[in-house]
Design a protein around this ligand. Structure first.
Ligand code: NAD
Length: 486
C-alpha cells in the first residue's frame, strides 16, 4: 500500500492516541484555523514598514511559526538552499537602507560600519551545507546520524547588531529546518520587523511557506519572557546582556546564550607596533565599539608603550589627557560603576568628547587615554569608542592584567606579539571563545579573516560562534547486519 501524507497522518494519530502522548514537535498550542497578522508592523518616519511575519502577540507569532513548521518539514532540502540564497540576496540588496534604518532608529553606531557587518553576515553565515550526516559501517551493519529540526525556536535579539543577528540566526534556523519567533529589542523594533518582512518575502518568493520567521510587533521585556516560557518554543537562542541570559537560563528549556564580554588586547614587547595600532583602531572603533567582541581595553608592555601611543595617534586616534579622561569618565559610567551611560553607548567620538567641550570631527573614530589598571573603564563593558590604555611591566604582566579585566566571561581576547610562548600561554590562560593573534577582533568573526560569521557568540553555553549545527537535534538510525557494502 502506498504511504501518502494522509495515510501517514492517520497512523501517527493512531499511535499517539494509543500511547497517550503528543507528537515530538507539537507544543501545547496548535495552529488555529485563522492566524492574525497585522496590516503593518512598526516603522520609523521616512522608512518602510512590512507586514509579513509580524504578529500582534506572542501567541499569534508562535501559532504562525508552528503552522509554518508543519508545512516546512514537508519541504525538500533543495528548497532550504534556495530560501537561504534568497535571504542573503534580499539583505544585500537592501543593505544600505537597513543600515541607515538601524542607526536612525536605535541612534547607535555608524551606517558605513553596519553596511560592513550586514554584508559579512549575508555572505558568511553558513547554510544547510554545514549539516553533514555521519555514517558508521562494520561487521554489524550500518548506523546513520542525521540532523533534525527542533521546530519553533524562540529568539531574543539585541539593539547593537539588530539586523545582523536576525539574519545570522534566521539563516541558521531555517537551514536546520526550523521556524522561529523573534522578540527583538524594543529600541530596534521597526528595522527588525522590516527585515523579518523582507526575509519572509524573499523566502516565499523562493517557494517557502509563509511565516518561517515571525516577530512580535511591539516587543517588550514581558513579551520576551512570555516567549521564553511559551510551551510552543522548543529551544531559546538569546543574544544580549547578563539579565536576558540569566532569565533564559532559568526557563527550563535548552538555551543557546550569547552574553556580554569585556575583550582585552595585549601588546607585548615583540609586537609589530604599527600593525597593533592599526588593528586596535580598526577593531575598537567598528560600529562605535558596539559589538560584544570589539576591543574594550589595551595592556601594553613598558618597552613599547610610548611607541604604541605614538602609532595610535598617527593612525588617527585622539589621545585624551589625564584630566580630560577624568572628567569624561563621570559622563561615561553610571553611578553604579558597572554600567556604561546609555546616552553615550554607540555614539561617535565627536558626540562623546563634546560632553567635555572637546571638538573633533566625525572622521575621528577612536579616543584613548593612559590610565591605571584600576580605572573603571578597564572593567566596564563600555560599548563606545573610548578605550583605556594601561602600561604593564612586560608582556607577561600585560597578559595577567588582561586575564583580570576579562573577568572569566570567556568571550574574546587578543594579543599582538611575535613571541610564541606569550601567544600560546595567553590563549590557554584566557580560554575565550575567540582568541585573535595580530589582528582586530572582527577577524575572529570571519571579517577579513578565515571561517564563517556569526554575531551570536554563545560563550555562557559553550557553542562559540553559533550556526546551523547548534539549532538541530541528532537522530540515529541503525540497521543490523546489512549495508556494509565493501
Ligand atoms: P540587552 O540585554 O539590553 O537586550 C538584549 C535583548 O534582551 C533585548 O531584546 C531585550 O529586550 C531583552 N532583554 C533584556 N533584559 C531582559 C529581561 N530581563 N528579560 C527578558 N528579556 C530581556 O542588550 P543590548 O543592549 O541589546 O545589547 C548589548 C549587550 O548584549 C552587551 O552586553 C553585549 O555584550 C551583548 N551582546 C552579546 C553578543 C554575543 O554574541 N555574545 C552579541 C550581541 C550583544
Amino acid at each position: 500500500m502506498e504511504l501518502d501524507e494522509k495515510r501517514i497522518q492517520q497512523i501517527v494519530e493512531r499511535v499517539v492516541s494509543r500511547l497517550n502522548v503528543r507528537p515530538a514537535d507539537a507544543g501545547e498550542t496548535r495552529a488555529p484555523a485563522v492566524i492574525r497578522e497585522p496590516a503593518a508592523g512598526p516603522s520609523v518616519k521616512g522608512f518602510p514598514r512590512g507586514s509579513l511575519g509580524i504578529f500582534p502577540t506572542v501567541d499569534d507569532a508562535v501559532r504562525a511559526a508552528q503552522s509554518a513548521f508543519e508545512e516546512y518539514r514537508k519541504c525538500s532540502l533543495e528548497l532550504r538552499y534556495k530560501i537561504v540564497a534568497a535571504m542573503r540576496e534580499v539583505t544585500l540588496r537592501h543593505v544600505q537602507m537597513l543600515s541607515e534604518y538601524a542607526v536612525v532608529e536605535t541612534k547607535l553606531g555608524r551606517v558605513e560600519d553596519k553596511v560592513r557587518k550586514n554584508t559579512l553576515a549575508a555572505r558568511k553565515t553558513p547554510g544547510p551545507e554545514m549539516l553533514v550526516p555521519r555514517a558508521w559501517t562494520g561487521d554489524h551493519g550500518m548506523t546513520l546520524v542525521e540532523w533534525a529540526p527542533y521546530g519553533v525556536i524562540g529568539a531574543i535579539t539585541p539593539c547593537t547588531n539588530p539586523t545582523e543577528t536576525i539574519l545570522g540566526n534566521g539563516i541558521g534556523f531555517v537551514s536546520g529546518g526550523n521556524t522561529a519567533v523573534f522578540n527583538v529589542h524594543p529600541t530596534a523594533k521597526a528595522v527588525s520587523a522590516f527585515h523579518v518582512h523582507l526575509l519572509n518575502e524573499a523566502a516565499i518568493g523562493a517557494g517557502a511557506p509563509h511565516n518561517l520567521l515571525t516577530c512580535v510587533a511591539e516587543p517588550t521585556i514581558p513579551s520576551a519572557q512570555q516567549l521564553m516560557k511559551h510551551p510552543g518554543t522548543r529551544i531559546l537562542v538569546v543574544t544580549g546582556g547578563p539579565a536576558v541570559v540569566q532569565v533564559a537560563m532559568n526557563s527550563g528549556k535548552k538555551v543557546v546564550a550569547a552574553g556580554p564580554g569585556n575583550p582585552p588586547v595585549v601588546v607585548d614587547e615583540t609586537a609589530d607596533i604599527h600593525r597593533a595600532a592599526t588593528g586596535i583602531i580598526a577593531g575598537a572603533s567598528l560600529d562605535n565599539n558596539l559589538i560584544c567582541c570589539d576591543e574594550k581595553e589595551v595592556f601594553a608592555a613598558a618597552a613599547i608603550f610610548d611607541d604604541l601611543r605614538r602609532e595610535l595617534k598617527a593612525g588617527g586616534a585622539y589621545e585624551l589627557s589625564e584630566s580630560q579622561m577624568s572628567r569624561l569618565t563621570k559622563h561615561l559610567i553610571d553611578p553604579d560603576g558597572i554600567h556604561p551611560n546609555k546616552d553615550y553607548v554607540g555614539k561617535n567620538v565627536s558626540v562623546i568628547l563634546d560632553s567635555i567641550g572637546v571638538k573633533v570631527g566625525d572622521d575621528v573614530r577612536l579616543a584613548f587615554s593612559v590610565v591605571e589598571e584600576s580605572h573603571p573603564l578597564v572593567r566596564v563593558e563600555q560599548l563606545l569608542p573610548v578605550i583605556p590604555l594601561v602600561k604593564a611591566k612586560d608582556g607577561v604582566d600585560a597578559i595577567a592584567m588582561a586575564y583580570r579585566a576579562e573577568q572569566h566571561l570567556g568571550h574574546t581576547s587578543s594579543i599582538y606579539s611575535r613571541n610564541i610562548d606569550n601567544m600560546h600561554n595567553m590563549a590557554r590562560l584566557m580560554d575565550t571563545c575567540i582568541f585573535v593573534k595580530n589582528g582586530p577582533h572582527y577577524v575572529g568573526l570571519g571579517g577579513e579573516g578565515e571561517s564563517y560569521n556569526s554575531f551570536t557568540i554563545a560563550h555562557p553555553t559553550g557553542e562559540g560562534l553559533t550556526c546551523v549545527i547548534h539549532f538541530v537535534r541528532s537522530r540515529r538510525c541503525a540497521l543490523q547486519d546489512s549495508f556494509r557494502i565493501v
